[in-house]
Design a protein around this ligand. Structure first.
Ligand SMILES: [Zn+2]
Length: 126
């Protein structure tokens, strides 16, 4: 993988995230101080600024909150916000689907694709 400099997800604190992603599992952070979840994972809770955060494995389910299709690309691809039952909405992509049939509220399930040599969460129609 080419060195593109530091990124927030390259931080050593996020090694559990990468280990899980390699196994096809998506982790969030859960804050035991305020009870809220967040993504992307951070060592400090963005809701209450507590450092009492722990890893939480998602169910791998989601619902399309909003989406767009980049039709000028070859092949065209989607960009979508997907809301998880764990209460977070993440920016991702819907793959292996008819891009003309995506819909807000559509149920999707988690998968991973490789992006810049690392596993990236994507979703497929459920
Ligand atoms: Zn918190």
């Amino acid at each position: 993988m080419a060195d593109k400099g530091p990124s927030v997800l390259d931080d050593v604190l996020l090694q559990p995230y990468w280990d899980a992603a390699t196994k096809g599992k998506l982790l969030l952070k859960h804050c035991t101080a305020c009870g809220k979840n967040h993504y992307y994972p951070r060592p400090i809770c963005p809701h209450c600024f507590s450092d009492k955060t722990e890893w939480l494995e998602t169910k791998g389910e989601g619902t399309i909150y909003s989406w767009s299709v980049e039709r000028r690309a070859n092949p065209p691809y989607s960009i979508a916000y997907v809301t998880l039952p764990e209460g977070v909405t993440i920016l991702s992509s819907i793959v292996d689907c008819d891009l003309n049939k995506l819909a807000i509220g559509q149920k999707v399930k988690l998968g991973f694709t490789e992006h810049d040599g690392k596993p990236a969460p994507v979703f497929r129609p459920a």
